[in-house]
Design a binder for this molecule. Structure first.
Ligand SMILES: Cc1ncc(COP(=O)(O)O)c(C=O)c1O
Length: 420
């Protein structure tokens, strides 16, 4: 036999996704397959919907995963509500804003954009002023911009959109499960999450949620596949143009995830098992505790990086807690540092895209990867590699600064609870 058994190396993955998968999720994935209409499986599907509502902090009826990587969620929501010629406003503050533009354009929207420098976010008033000027049907925006490590404040924009009758679609792929995302309170109409980041589930699914304002549009474009439609379905076909994608047609997906259980695609069974376990882990930990954990390890990492003598990239006041961007010092080859971290220590960190290519490193503190031992390991290794690459770090300071954060936090916890 020419090929050896699969033997992937064990890595410490500190990128902004995909990240290390929780061992419980990996175990769940080896559960035997069920048929997708087996009541044992549809019960699991319903549980996934229920848990998604809790993680998304919403009472929306619809919350389910799209089979495909995170952008499939963006595409499903956008293609299901965009009709050719619809105006969509996309405020762009990094790579994934451009992805939203790309998707909207392909479905025939008249896309209006506004941009701010990478590393910054928008003043909500600036976005609101542009919404008033453009008067779009939809505003589509990223919450946590993984490419720059920045997080856009969303509540004021959401309230304004609701008041102005504009649909708000939010890409929370990088933030869901790692920091607060309040779908209902922030008046978000459609939201996309990611599995491979703060949920610590493998890539390959995109959980979404949307409210009745979006559902109304979808229902008005409803279509049932010819080979599946009943006579009644055929009589109820709406006169409006159907959604331009079969795979991402939310009217069909609703019929599949809803009580009717109408056949659409063949479900990605093992990924549903994985998502279920990932969501169970989030809810078991508790949203507040989980967000506090992400913040604690982010703080330890940031303090360590600064103590080493490196500087952070981006607007610190609007930092995405699960992604830390670091300026690559002048004269240092960022890719050589990444390669040495991978080859000598088995640690993966990320570079960035477009205008930031070669200018910053990005370290993710997401989900199962966001652990004390990973933070300490990455800081120690980073220091060693930078020394080898000729950057004069403040030797020994990084780990001490990170440990101070952990010790300080522990003391505070003991003070507040009396014991640990
Ligand atoms: C904020 C954001 N949106 C969308 C995507 C696209 O996700 P995928 O590559 O899983 O399709 C990513 C991927 O990193 C992302 O970080």
């Amino acid at each position: 036999m020419a090929y050896s058994e699969l033997n992937a190396p064990i890595r410490t993955i500190m990128t902004p996704g995909p990240v290390e998968v929780d061992p419980r999720v990996l175990r769940a994935m080896s559960t035997p397959i069920l048929g997708q209409f087996d009541p044992a499986f549809t019960t699991i599907m319903n549980e996934v919907m229920e848990m998604l509502r809790s993680v998304f902090q919403t009472k929306n009826k619809w919350a389910f995963p799209i089979d495909g990587t995170s952008r499939s969620g963006n595409e499903a929501i956008l293609c299901s509500i965009i009709e050719p010629g619809d105006k969509v406003l996309v405020p762009i503050f990094g790579r994934f804003g451009h992805l939203l533009v790309e998707i909207c354009e392909r479905y025939g929207a008249e896309v209006h954009t506004m941009e701010c420098p990478w590393g910054e976010v928008f003043e909500p008033e600036a976005v609101i002023a542009e919404i008033k000027k453009v008067s779009p049907k939809i505003t589509a925006i990223v919450h946590g911009e993984t490419s720059t490590g920045c997080m856009q404040p969303m509540k004021e924009i959401g309230l304004a959109c609701r008041e102005l009758g504009v649909l708000l679609v939010v890409d929370a792929v990088a933030s869901i499960g790692g920091t607060d995302v309040k779908v209902d309170e922030w008046c978000i109409d459609g939201l996309i999450g990611g599995t491979q980041k703060c949920l610590s589930v493998p890539p390959g699914m995109a959980p979404i949620t949307y409210n009745e304002r979006i559902e109304e549009i979808i229902q008005s474009r409803k279509k049932v596949e010819r080979g599946i439609a009943t006579d009644e379905d055929n009589q109820n076909v709406s006169g409006r143009p159907p959604i331009a994608s079969n795979y991402f047609d939310l009217s069909m997906l609703q019929d599949y995830w809803g009580p009717r259980r109408l056949n659409h695609h063949t479900e990605a069974t093992s990924m549903i098992y994985a998502l279920r376990e990932g969501l169970r882990l989030v809810l078991e930990e508790g949203l507040e505790t989980r967000f506090a954990r992400h913040e604690l390890h982010e703080t330890a990492l940031v303090e360590g990086i600064k103590a080493m003598g490196l500087t952070l990239f981006g607007d610190g006041n609007n930092k995405l807690p699960c992604v830390t961007c670091i300026d690559i010092p002048k004269g240092i080859d960022g890719e050589a540092v990444r390669a040495m971290l991978l080859n000598e220590f088995g640690i993966e960190i990320a570079s960035s895209f477009g205008p930031l290519q070669g200018k910053i490193w990005r370290i993710g503190t997401m989900g199962f990867s966001c652990r004390k031992e990973n933070i300490l390991f990455v800081l120690a290794s980073f220091e060693a590699v930078l020394l080898r690459q000729g950057f004069q770090v403040n030797r020994g300071e990084a780990l001490q600064a990170a440990l101070d954060v952990y010790v300080g936090k522990t003391e505070k916890l003991v003070a507040s609870r009396g014991s640990l």
